[in-house]
Design a protein around this ligand. Structure first.
Ligand SMILES: [Fe+2]
Length: 339
């Protein structure tokens, strides 16, 4: 019984983000958490009905069709966002459309005002000075986004709040986004979100919707984002020096597995340079531990030895053994490769 109660409490606390992260193919249109007319006069019932039952429903339907029998069928929605850069346009656009709209419905309310005592309330005031400044920045991000897109409040990899906008159905989780992090509040600035009521006046729509934010939901999204494993994944994926080392490691180690040592014999100096850059660069906060630091130092030591072996023209077996052990050290930092 205690376990059941614990599970129910956890499920309630976990809420929206967990629902999204747990989603897998075939994806389903989530239930709208209110009636079509609940947000009037800010969002009229006709706009809400078309937006949800036509546009969002089409994203879900088209996403499933695009995923069917593709290698991405097994990906969660968050994984699809993370690796958007390698997806075809249909999966990227409809996957983003599904993720973004699921968040959008949940962060709207006429009865959940900004609370300066909440966790996100305190963070908004300390980051932007006031909720009005944040609303101004969000409105500006939405108004200046050319064409269709979104305005975002998101948690950065160093756990700060920031505002950005994205084109089309992109969002800050995506590897294609110049700003990376976990969105906690997204405003749809596609014409389908406002045109029936506001016509071409996107600014009027933005002004109105800033007073229809469900701050309780945003607070929950914020607290979940701060402890989300997804944030750590994005943090690692944006660690430039690690990615640079990985690129040379992958380009030399994998051929060596097939007996081809030409790449490592040509690139051992480059590998050493990337290891040294990793050692002297900034380690992201979540990875700044004694174990990771030791592994990075071991990478430099191992890369020096490997480079010396290559310079001395050591035999294939010796080079392979040295590169293999270096690869093992690398994966204590990187974790397992996706490919
Ligand atoms: Fe939309």
């Amino acid at each position: 019984m205690k376990n059941i109660i614990t599970f129910v409490i956890f499920a309630l606390i976990a809420g929206f983000s967990t629902i999204l992260s747990a989603q897998n193919y075939p994806f389903e249109l989530p239930k709208l958490p209110y009636a079509y007319n609940t947000l009037e006069p800010v969002i009229d019932a006709a706009t809400m009905e078309i937006h949800y039952s036509k546009h969002h429903a089409a994203y879900v339907k088209n996403l499933n069709a695009a995923l069917k029998e593709s290698k991405y069928e097994s990906y969660s929605l968050e994984e699809l966002m993370l690796y958007a850069g390698e997806l075809n346009a249909a999966i990227r656009n409809n996957g983003g459309g599904h993720y973004n709209h699921t968040m959008f419905w949940n962060i709207l309310s006429l009865t959940s005002p900004f609370n300066p005592q909440s966790e996100v309330g305190k963070a908004v005031v300390s980051t932007f000075g006031s909720p009005d400044t944040l609303k101004m920045l969000l409105s500006k991000a939405g108004a200046t986004r050319f064409g269709s897109g979104w305005a975002w409040l998101y948690v950065t990899t160093d756990k700060k709040l920031a505002v950005c906008s994205s084109p089309n159905q992109d969002n800050p989780i995506m590897d294609v986004s110049p700003e990376r992090g976990i969105p906690i509040l997204g405003i749809d600035v596609w014409e389908h979100a406002y045109y029936l009521k506001y016509k071409n006046l996107r600014g009027d729509y933005l002004t109105a919707i800033m007073n229809a934010i469900n701050w309780e939901a945003v607070n929950k999204n914020y607290q979940e984002a701060l402890v989300s494993p997804l944030l750590k994944t994005i943090e690692k994926e944006t660690w430039t020096e690690l990615n640079n080392f990985h690129e040379v490691m992958a380009g030399t180690f994998h051929p060596s597995e097939n007996g081809d040592l030409k790449p490592i014999r040509e690139r051992s100096g480059e590998l050493l340079a990337k290891a040294k850059a990793l050692q002297s660069g900034k380690i992201p906060a979540s990875f700044n531990t004694p174990d990771i630091k030791k592994s990075i130092n071991d990478l430099v030591t191992g890369s020096v030895k490997l480079d010396q072996l290559v310079v001395k023209k050591a035999d294939d077996k010796t080079i392979t053994k040295s590169l293999s052990s270096l690869h093992d050290v690398f994966h204590t930092i990187q974790g397992l490769c996706r490919h």
